[in-house]
Design a protein around this ligand. Structure first.
Ligand code: NAI
Length: 335
């Protein structure tokens, strides 16, 4: 297979080359994101390999079909950035990496929780400057606190397990109850009750039409004053303008983000020499109780290896059989 590999980063080229040694697909690494402006780069290939901030809307997918692209290989789990209906209409198969390391994202979620609670980001700078004062660094015991998890799939389950270890009470909302979560004592309740009862809320559901802006001014009003909010899933689960208001009023006591709804133009690049044009993002950066990382929750060695291994396997399976066990089918989405 001849693959146009969009949004390529140096750290993944070596890993993909190593896992591709046996299959010997021809991978051409391209730095740009795939979108309406760059789609012509896919001409002459059989497949495209894409990541979270490539935008495969209907126009892009139609263009890919026109170039004879047969396969869209996502090197991530989420598929909200692909117009699946259009892909299906043109007979383009879409495959993904359904699970690589739930531990990577779950452990990063805990890193955000602890950094915010114990103000590690402030302490780091203070100590380096010889300031050992403790004012402003007061945290609280996580033991005995109530944590609300929205989405108890692979990542939510690991978060529940770790937070159980801290001695937290775990509440959850999901359309499907996870057996392991039930066994460890997670209590499933309505979304409304989860909002009202949780000291900390962490999001681990996919971005869909239903979950878009799940956290908005209405849902924020239902939360406890000073609630800690964590999002390592997808940026658009949160209405950022509403959360800024809630930070200003004190309704949200701390916010930890690894994703941002308009991250496509910002994340994964060194922007340190540029003026940030996104005023909403810039406002978020001014809060003393907000910690943001740039979509790095997945970024562990184990996860990168698994992503490369599964993606190459998906492509090889498609080449041999015209399908793959990791294909995203429309029926699966519509369920
Ligand atoms: P999963 O598919 O194992 O679990 C998702 C869970 O969300 C399922 O139990 C599902 O029933 C539930 N869900 C679906 N709609 C819901 C709704 N409306 N309300 C409540 N729950 C709902 O997925 P996994 O592997 O746990 O990943 C979760 C999300 O994490 C992904 O969708 C992706 O957006 C994000 N992610 C972020 C990464 C990062 O680097 N920041 C890396 C990998 C995934």
């Amino acid at each position: 297979m001849k693959i146009a590999f969009f949004s390529a980063k140096n750290y993944e080229k070596k890993i993909f080359d190593s896992f591709n040694r046996k299959s010997n697909h021809k991978i051409v690494y391209l730095e740009p994101h795939l979108n309406e402006d760059t789609v012509t780069l896919a001409m002459g290939f059989n497949a495209v390999c894409v990541f979270v901030n490539d935008n495969l809307n209907a126009t892009v997918v139609e263009a890919l079909a026109g170039f004879g692209i047969k396969l869209i290989a996502l090197r991530c789990a989420g598929y909200n950035n692909v117009d699946l209906e259009t892909a299906s209409r043109y007979g383009i198969k879409v495959v993904r990496v359904p699970a690589y390391s739930p531990y990577s994202v779950a452990e990063h979620t805990i890193a955000l929780i602890l950094a915010l609670n114990r103000k590690i980001y402030k302490a780091y700078h203070r100590v380096r400057e010889g300031n050992f004062a403790l004012d402003g660094l007061l945290g609280y015991d996580l033991n005995g606190r109530t944590v609300g998890i929205i989405g108890t799939g692979k990542i939510g389950e690991v978060v529940a397990k770790i937070m159980k270890g801290f001695g937290c009470n775990i509440l959850a909302f999901d359309h499907v109850q996870n057996k392991s979560c039930l066994e460890m004592g997670v209590k499933y309740i309505s979304m409304e009750s989860l909002f009202a009862e949780s000291d900390l809320i962490t999001l681990h559901c996919p971005l869909t039409k239903e979950t878009h802006h799940l956290i908005n001014s209405e849902s924020l009003d239902k939360m406890k004053k000073g609630v800690v909010l964590i999002n390592t899933s997808r940026g658009a689960l949160i209405d950022t303008k509403a959360v800024i208001k809630a930070l200003k009023s004190g309704r949200v006591g701390a916010l930890g983000l690894d994703v941002y709804e308009e991250e496509g133009d910002l994340f994964f690049e060194d922007q340190s020499g540029n003026v940030i044009q996104d005023d909403i993002f810039a406002r978020l950066l001014t809060f003393p109780n907000v910690v943001i990382t740039g979509h790095q929750a997945f970024f562990t060695k184990e996860a990168l290896d698994k992503i490369a291994e599964t993606t190459v396997e998906n492509i090889t399976e498609f080449e041999k059989s015209g399908t793959s066990s990791n294909e995203i089918s429309l029926t699966m989405i519509k369920k």
